[in-house]
Ligand binder design. Structure first.
Ligand SMILES: [Zn+2]
Ligand SMILES: [Zn+2]
Ligand SMILES: [Zn+2]
Ligand SMILES: [Zn+2]
Ligand SMILES: [Zn+2]
Ligand SMILES: [Zn+2]
Ligand SMILES: [Zn+2]
Length: 369
């Protein structure tokens, strides 16, 4: 593996060097697919010397002259933390970076050579490490696995959530929460298991009879929410219990149903392997779900095809909302997913470029400086 890493780094460095040379010497014009405009260096006004310009921090200025004439030269230890390296070996922890910096001073072979080739640039001395050893200790670390944001227990990047009471960080998956819960958790002062109090009575005791919301992880005593026993399966607190389709905060929707309960629906994932939580519906809306009447893009249920403006996708072919969930292309209607996969190929690029050429030929104004 180490040998492959070295080879890949070497290859990348060669490519970078060639790319840097080319963008300075040959590719002076460029076409931006995002803004659909042609960029070229113009010599209106004075070109500022490097000392008078602010250095961009993007590792490679994307287009020559477009964003900056001078870009920051990264030291080899800084480059270690950049995407090529993370792909090869997983993200570096702050300690590793600091330790690397020490070794790097003698062993300056790999990637730095690539960016150092631009003739106008002089190599900066290695003074500006992204993470210095002092602040490395202050980096938040998960209280379960001791990893930072860059590395959870499986070695993958994962955000940390911080307890609003004791300020201890943890990875959601290290404490049996899902990544889907992060938005809800960050929307209030979340408490870790050690600090958890009942959101109704504020009492931290009687943990045995406390239940936790499967959306936001708030804790409640069962008797504080009018339950007799710990419910089986999912449970949503009153902050999070809302019908995914009609928005009702009552499990009976707008009907009079006695003892109505929230209906949690699950759906097989893409590989048809695992059932995953899909949404929560009120009893009236859930009737339609049970008949499989739901839009395959936004997952909201529909009462009938004409009433809710449903159309059939030419690709999958499933029913989706005409507005918002499907797109008309060449007089055929595709759901957002099918549209995306049809258009994410090189086909799009060739189309855009063809259109650009046409525009250029007709002389439409698309020149920008
Ligand atoms: Zn962790
Ligand atoms: Zn805490
Ligand atoms: Zn309580
Ligand atoms: Zn909740
Ligand atoms: Zn509903
Ligand atoms: Zn939809
Ligand atoms: Zn489709």
């Amino acid at each position: 593996m180490k040998e492959y890493s070295r080879k890949a780094a070497l290859n990348a460095s060669k490519w970078n060097a060639a790319f840097n040379r080319e963008r300075h010497e040959e590719r002076r014009y460029s076409f931006d697919l995002q803004t659909f405009s042609l960029h070229m260096p113009i010599s209106h006004g004075v070109k500022l010397p490097q000392s008078a310009t602010k250095l961009g921090s993007y590792p490679v200025a994307v287009l020559p002259g477009q964003y900056t004439d001078y870009c920051k030269i990264y030291s080899s230890s800084e480059l270690k933390g950049m995407p090529l390296q993370t792909v090869l070996s997983g993200p570096f922890t702050a300690e590793e970076l600091a330790a690397e910096a020490q070794e790097e001073s003698d062993d300056d072979t790999s990637v730095v050579a690539s960016v150092g080739t631009c003739p106008e640039f002089k190599e900066e001395p290695e003074t500006t490490l992204p993470i210095d050893p002092l602040s490395a200790e202050k980096q938040p670390r998960c209280k379960v696995c001791n990893g930072g944001r860059g590395r959870n227990k499986d070695g993958k990047p994962e955000p940390l959530i911080i307890c609003g009471t004791c300020r201890t960080p943890s990875h959601p998956t290290c404490i049996d929460l899902t990544l889907a819960m992060i938005t809800k958790i960050e929307s209030y002062s979340w408490q870790c298991m050690d600090c958890k109090t009942c959101a109704q009575c504020n009492d931290p005791d009687d943990e045995e009879r406390m239940i936790f919301c499967d959306m936001c992880d708030r804790g409640y005593h069962i008797y504080c929410v009018g339950l007799r026993r710990v419910p089986n399966g999912r449970w949503h607190c009153k902050e999070c219990a809302v019908c995914f389709t009609c928005g009702s905060r009552n499990p009976a929707g707008n009907e009079h149903i006695k003892n109505a309960e929230w209906q949690h629906e699950f759906k097989k994932d893409k590989d048809n392997k695992q059932l995953r939580y899909a949404c929560t519906l009120c009893v009236p809306c859930d009737k339609y779900w049970k008949r499989r009447q739901f839009c395959s893009v936004c997952m909201k249920v529909y009462r009938s095809i004409p009433e809710d403006g449903m159309v059939r996708c030419m690709g999958c072919p499933k029913y989706v909302h005409k507005d918002g969930c499907s797109i008309l292309q060449d007089n055929e209607r595709f759901c957002n997913y099918c549209y995306k996969s049809r258009n994410s190929t090189a086909l799009t690029h060739s189309r855009i470029i063809a259109a650009a050429k046409k525009k250029m030929a007709t002389g439409s104004p698309m020149w920008k400086s």
